[in-house]
Design a protein around this ligand. Structure first.
Ligand SMILES: [Zn+2]
Length: 459
């Protein structure tokens, strides 16, 4: 929910020790003792296929229920003095229909768009997606879930955005806690310090409802300011809950927005070695605000703030030029925009401009794919030996791309165990794909699907 709490929290984190929170482990690049080859530079892990990752974060989506309409009166009850919550919600559509999900999902599939789609499990306390959604028949609910599984799952991560996105639920009874105040709204929860275990139990409850709906998750989205004040605990709680419920190898979450010059790259948090597995949480940052239709679907879209039609200006252009993930943010009611679909039209304009001007420089990815890439990028170690490089990778990673100084004159060869990959040469950066390499004067850029464990590169 875009209420300013995401953004205003960011200011505090910068001042209050964001560095400690982001316990990133730097990639180590070492020259082995046997190395006597002249190195012009060290090996460098680059963006996948030399392209800037693009991703589309959709918050406040669920099955059928228009969250903009149903959240508004509950926010107004918790914040009676806030004018932003005094909107004519009763005149807004009750439903965001599956016909719109289908139109949107099919258009995105045709254009290769990928990202994250929230499914709020008990949306605004209207009904339980794994049981009963009053106002819609069982068949309508089941058909809506099936549409998410069939159409969206291939290209979108599914996240719970906590349980209701409005009232805090008593996990013993399944009922909203009786008191109505900001402290009993998920957006501003918890009102006081909480332990990792307490947060993990709440997050796991939300994840289990989606598991009942046969919607697998590798991450979660925080509703607005959920977890503010307990940032470190939240990150570890996400790791535990997502692993416990879904056994995900690389749990990730979305909470923060990078503004201005702040890095928009994912943060690797709570890294530790657990027997032969590396445990971690990846925090994915959005790089933009919601300039489509807003959380309530009541805003005028401003697509040029993302990318102008001529491709010269906008926040996404800025991020693409910086080489950092360009991750757009929106809210599902803002795509539907009370039925006018103006937000969706604005999004189509942005995607079309990106295709026209940055098709060969960008790559749409799911948040889980970005999380995996950055986990591998930060935690894979590289050492230089006579005539080859040795990589130790804690995670497999498709499209792993790195630039290495040439150690010999033969085309690069990758070896993992008994398997050997002969790379095909390409002549343009845009042609880089898995299993290819690009010769440069004293370097080679190689792109291949990295496997977990040891890999050698002769280059
Ligand atoms: Zn939200």
């Amino acid at each position: 929910m875009w209420t300013g709490s995401r953004r205003s929290f960011l200011t505090t984190v910068g001042a209050a020790g964001g560095l400690a929170l982001h316990a990133a482990v730097s990639r180590r690049v070492t020259a082995g003792p046997l190395s006597h080859w002249p190195l012009t530079t060290a090996p460098e892990i680059l963006n996948p296929r030399l392209r800037v990752p693009l991703s589309f974060i959709i918050d406040d989506s669920t099955c059928l229920v228009n969250m903009g309409r149903f959240c508004m009166p509950q926010f107004a009850a918790a914040w009676p003095e806030r004018a932003a919550y005094q909107k004519p919600w009763k005149s807004w559509p009750v439903e965001i229909p599956d016909a719109f999900v289908r139109t949107f999902g099919q258009w995105c599939a045709r254009h290769g768009v990928k990202g994250k789609y929230s499914v709020v499990p008990y949306p605004a306390c209207v009904g339980w997606l794994d049981r009963e959604l009053p106002g819609w028949s069982r068949q309508e609910l089941e058909a809506s879930l099936q549409l998410v599984r069939d159409l969206l799952l291939p290209n979108w991560d599914i996240h719970p955005e906590m349980i209701t996105h409005t009232r805090v639920i008593d996990l013993q009874t399944g009922r909203p806690v009786p008191e109505i105040s900001p402290g009993t709204m998920e957006n501003w929860y918890p009102p006081a310090r909480q332990s990792v275990d307490e947060l993990a139990v709440y997050i796991a409850y939300a994840l289990r409802i989606l598991r009942n709906c046969e919607l697998p998750c590798e991450g979660i989205t925080t509703p607005g300011g959920f977890g503010s004040g307990v940032e470190q605990e939240l990150s570890l709680a996400v790791q535990q809950a997502v692993r416990d419920v879904f056994g995900a190898e690389i749990p990730h979450y979305f909470k923060y927005v990078a503004e201005g010059a702040e890095s928009a790259e994912p943060r690797i948090e709570h890294v530790r070695q657990d027997r032969d597995h590396t445990q971690l949480t990846v925090s994915i940052y959005a790089g933009t605000g919601d300039w489509f239709g807003g959380w309530d679907g009541d805003d005028q879209p401003e697509p040029d703030r993302y990318c102008t039609r001529d491709g010269t200006q906008g926040r996404l252009v800025e991020l693409i030029r910086r080489g950092e993930p360009a991750i757009l943010l929106c809210h599902w009611p803002g795509m539907y925009t009370q039925g006018t679909q103006q937000g969706f039209a604005a999004f189509q304009q942005v995607v079309t401009a990106l295709e026209e001007h940055y098709r060969d420089a960008t790559l749409w990815m799911k948040l889980s794919e970005i999380a995996r890439y950055w986990a591998a990028r930060r935690l894979t170690t590289i050492s230089t030996q006579v005539g080859h490089y040795v990589l130790q990778a804690p995670f497999a990673c498709p499209l792993f791309t790195l630039r290495v100084p040439r150690l010999g004159t033969q085309p690069p060869v990758i070896r993992t165990g008994a398997r050997q990959i002969q790379l095909h040469a390409v002549t343009q950066p845009a042609q880089l794909a898995s299993g290819t390499w690009l010769p440069e004067s004293e370097h080679a850029v190689v792109c291949f699907d990295l496997t977990r464990g040891e890999t050698t590169i002769e280059a």
